[in-house]
Design a protein around this ligand. Structure first.
Ligand SMILES: C[S@@+](CC[C@H](N)C(=O)[O-])C[C@H]1O[C@@H](n2cnc3c(N)ncnc32)[C@H](O)[C@@H]1O
Length: 468
């Protein structure tokens, strides 16, 4: 049973979203309430209502920074999504080295860098890359959370954060400090840490163009209009030859079309769209293999602007430009999230793709962290033959709830279809491990959708892993 939410808590959710872009999902409301109550006490406010009022009026010095640090998710570790780093070293750097042979300088931005695990991973790789000997590079690592940035500058990490660092690199770049690992100070000094709030312009970087941008696992916490706006700002800062990497579960599908996704083998990145060649006689599109007809492409939503300067919010004092106004969620049937998910599943089962899409868009517009909605979006793409988009949506579902075994089986099947057998096998093995551990979770009862139950999932995994 969900508890009714107090008005003060609802106001706080809106304030946090306006200031940082982060949507607080329903499942985290009780956590937010607990944190806010504690902060109300610490800051000498008698009640949650008083605390929220004072926060809104910026009457508590430094409080926004503290609160943001407590409520944003800082999950990160070195070599997270290693396939992306492998691709950066093997494919991206050689291309960039050719493009920058004149200046022998690379400009890199790690946006939403948490405690610095991501920029430091890049710094190690660049420092060890023989083809960059004699080159200079700048890595700017930014985050909204000043405390996380202070942690990054300190460079001390626990066992878990460094668990994926290859042992020789751990040896070279870290010193053991009791239970912690200290990142080499020389390497740290090559990274410039600065506060930057992605929810408000301008994005003040020390260079006008970036050759490489890592903006991973942050858009997922934003609503779609803000995602679109952030990406358009980043696109302006991306050099014509540059690359943008998002989190493995994030996609720009339906978000913008300035940048196009490029398939780099084990992962995707985004680049500026190449200019279309002059008109040539069109070849007919390949025959569709949809089981069901594809939906109409959605009408492009126009970003709306409120034209106001953003709040004077202590964490983003530099912000001077407009931020996108929140858009009303797309119209969709009323009811709780579970009811609307069921309605979307029914629509999918009965081939009412457009209706399903509208419901799912509305659910995700209100709460982008609802895993079942992402899973159903994956299913929708899958149904329409958009396998790559389905992969992105299934990954988003699994990022939010790794124990869901059904989206993992569907993801694995998509990867097989895309010819990525290694990645698919990895996912099938994960499903088996999950099912054996008994920690797996199933999606709600979506009648009519061919979601595998535990037995079928197990059979499918074994069949593929045996070479079927
Ligand atoms: C899950 S971590 C991602 C860390 C790293 N990029 C990775 O993929 O491992 C998300 C980070 O986004 C930051 N963040 C959230 N909202 C932000 C905003 N509006 N502007 C900048 N950073 C933000 C959080 O403080 C947090 O450090």
């Amino acid at each position: 049973m969900t508890q009714p939410t107090s008005t003060a808590l609802q106001q706080l959710v809106v304030l946090i979203r306006e200031a940082t872009g982060n949507v607080i999902p329903t499942a985290r409301l009780s956590f937010l309430e607990e944190v806010a109550q504690r902060r109300a006490q610490v800051t000498g406010r008698g009640s949650l209502e008083e605390y929220v009022r004072a926060l809104a009026a910026h009457q508590i010095e430094g409080e926004w920074g503290t609160l943001v640090s407590l409520v944003t998710i800082k999950e990160s570790y070195f070599f997270r999504a290693p396939q992306q780093f492998e691709v950066i070293v093997r494919q991206v750097l050689p291309g960039l080295a050719r493009a920058r042979a004149g200046t022998r300088h690379l400009r890199i931005w790690s946006a939403a860098c948490a405690r610095g695990e991501e920029p430091a991973t890049l710094a190690m790789l660049l420092a060890e890359e023989p083809s960059l000997n004699g080159w200079t590079w700048t890595i700017v690592a930014t985050d909204l959370d000043e405390e996380a940035l202070a942690g990054a500058k300190l460079g001390l990490y626990g066992e878990r954060a460094v668990s994926q660092v290859p042992p020789p690199m751990l040896e070279r770049w870290f010193k053991r400090r009791g239970k912690l690992f200290e990142l080499d100070a020389g390497l740290r000094s090559r990274i410039s840490y600065q506060s930057l709030n992605l929810a408000h312009a301008p994005f003040a970087l020390p260079f006008a163009e970036c050759d490489l941008v890592l903006m991973r696992n942050v858009l997922i916490y934003f609503r779609r209009p803000l995602q679109r706006w952030v990406v358009s700002q980043v696109a302006k800062l991306l050099a014509p030859e540059g690359y943008l990497f998002l989190g493995a579960s994030e996609t720009l599908w339906q978000i913008q079309d300035e940048l196009e996704s490029v398939d780099l083998g084990p992962c995707f990145a985004y680049r500026h769209r190449k200019p279309q060649p002059a008109a040539v006689p069109a070849t007919p599109p390949p025959k569709r293999v949809h089981r069901k007809p594809p939906p109409e492409p959605p009408a492009e939503e126009k970003p709306r602007w409120n034209g106001e300067t953003p709040r004077d919010w202590s964490v983003s004092r530099a912000a001077t430009a407009v931020a996108p106004a929140p858009e009303p969620p797309p119209a969709a049937p009323a009811g709780g999230v579970q009811e609307r998910l069921l309605a979307a599943a029914r629509d999918l089962a009965e081939n009412r793709i457009e209706e399903a899409r509208r419901i799912l868009d509305a659910i995700l517009a209100a709460d982008p962290s609802e895993p079942a909605a992402h899973a159903l979006v994956g299913f929708l793409h899958d149904l329409c033959g958009r396998t790559e988009e389905a992969v992105g949506a299934y990954r988003a579902a699994l990022y939010l709830d790794p124990a869901l075994f059904q989206p993992r089986v569907l993801l694995a099947d998509c990867l097989l279809r895309l010819g990525k057998r290694d990645l698919a096998e990895h996912q099938f093995r994960e499903v088996l491990t999950l099912l054996t551990s008994g920690r797996e979770k199933a999606l709600g009862l979506f009648e009519g959708l061919p979601l595998p139950d535990r037995e079928r999932a197990q059979r499918r995994c074994r069949q593929v892993l045996k070479g079927g």
